[in-house]
Design a protein around this ligand. Structure first.
Ligand code: ADP
Ligand code: MG
Length: 398
């Protein structure tokens, strides 16, 4: 269970959110906007809600935030019934970010960020300090920005202020409703990276609404694919959804290039790499030659004294030779970190003049990646997903 210490020291970590048979029917509407939704959002994770326009995403967020009341069902935040909490306490526990930051145009940046602290009656000094701290956290120089007005900021900067405002009272839960929908793709990419960086520090529970599946894959620890009435069609980790979409509706969301996206969510170090034949720089050429012949491998990877891959030595070049193998090697020009994703591995392979690229962890050799590695990794991910599939499908799927 995540620490929910809301003290003055460390930030409040995320808490679990549980929706139980949650239903919202707007007056005069034939169908419920949110129809009997049950889901658990684990503490400290980013859960991306993806679904078509009008499927009930915003309504779901407003229900969690109690901007609107459910027709029936329950919401538990950190195990407590959200409806039993006074609204101001709830606001302290739930930060809300919407498109363009949802900033009030007539208020300065500082006034916008201090809305919740003021509501909570923090004193002036504490509030001002918090405003500066938050602006810094989201990469805006407080001295430069606190007294400006929203219209004097770019879309991306306004969005940052929106995040700063949502985090001001240090809520364990952050709701983000298509927050980066209105900014250009480059700024969006940057804001996404910053959110991930913030999350590494803050460990909030974040519900992130988007209609962009790629954004969901990038940000989500899990993704819930929703259809009309906020029905959960599939709720699983990105790799699992990509490897085994529950049905055509999910497939439609993934769009083109599902296999490439799968590569993007898988780390090289996590797949079966080829061991290759390795040699120390000081090993004798003749011995390495016979090891290669025995293993029926054309190349040896020569490692330096720190176990870093430095040279390729081919069986032909070593034929009939003696002395240190390093005298017959050619430099390795491309290596890749095991922390990189398979897509980067594939790109390294395509850009390299060898069929194998050495993989390192803290510069030390851990294996070889090849086209074969990538292909069998995809097959394996599909297999794993197949086994896990029943648990990953929501009740809404037919
Ligand atoms: N205040 C409202 N009154 C009546 N119907 C609404 C209201 N807000 C949303 N709806 C309807 O509820 C459904 C879900 O809307 P919404 O939650 O905004 O979807 P999304 O955010 O996924 O686009 C839609 O059919 C929408 O027209
Ligand atoms: Mg919406």
């Amino acid at each position: 269970m995540a620490d929910n210490g809301n003290g003055s020291g460390g930030a409040a970590h995320g808490v679990e959110i549980e929706l139980r048979n949650l239903t919202k029917k707007y007056p005069g509407q034939a169908k419920a906007a949110v129809d009997d939704v049950t889901m658990t959002i684990p503490a400290g994770e980013i859960v991306a809600l993806v679904g078509p326009s009008g499927c009930g995403k915003t309504t779901t967020m407003k229900l969690i935030n109690r901007l609107i009341e459910p027709t029936s069902g329950e919401i538990l935040i950190g195990g407590e019934d959200a409806r039993r909490r006074p609204a101001d306490i709830l606001r302290r526990h739930v930060g809300y970010v919407i498109q363009q930051g949802g900033l009030f145009p007539h208020m300065s940046i500082a006034e916008n960020v201090s809305l919740v602290p003021k509501m909570l009656k923090w004193d002036k000094k504490r509030t001002a300090e918090r405003v500066d701290e938050m602006l810094e956290l989201v990469g805006l120089d407080p001295a430069n920005y606190r007294d400006r007005f929203p219209r004097q900021l770019s879309g991306g900067q306004q969005q940052r202020v929106g995040v700063a405002r949502a985090l001001a009272a240090d809520p364990p839960v952050l709701l983000m409703d298509e927050p980066f929908g209105a900014v250009d793709p480059i700024t969006r990419g940057r804001l996404q990276d910053e959110l991930l960086r913030l999350q590494e520090e803050l460990h909030k529970t974040i519900v992130f609404v988007t209609h962009d599946f790629d954004e969901a894959v990038k940000l989500g620890d899990r993704i819930a694919v929703l259809s009309e009435g906020s029905h959960i069609v599939q709720y699983a980790e990105p790799a699992e959804i990509l490897a085994r979409p529950a049905n055509d509706f999910v497939r439609g969301f993934i769009g083109e290039g599902g296999a490439m996206k799968l590569l993007h969510v898988t780390r090289i170090a996590d797949v079966d790499l080829g061991a290759g034949v390795t040699a120390k720089a000081t090993d004798d050429a003749a011995t390495v030659h016979s090891r290669l012949a025995e293993a029926e491998e054309p190349w040896a990877v020569v490692l330096d004294k720190n176990s870093s891959p430095v040279q390729w030595a081919s069986i032909e070049d070593l034929d009939g030779k003696t002395g240190p193998v390093s005298e017959y090697g050619t430099p390795i020009t491309t290596t890749i970190s095991g922390r990189a994703d398979l897509q980067a591995g594939l790109e390294a392979l395509l850009g390299s003049d060898t069929d194998f690229v050495p993989v390192t962890r803290r510069r030390q050799y851990i294996g070889l990646v090849s086209l074969n590695t990538v292909q069998s990794a995809i097959q394996q991910l599909r297999e794993q997903a197949k086994q896990a599939a029943p648990a990953s499908v929501g009740e809404g799927s037919a």
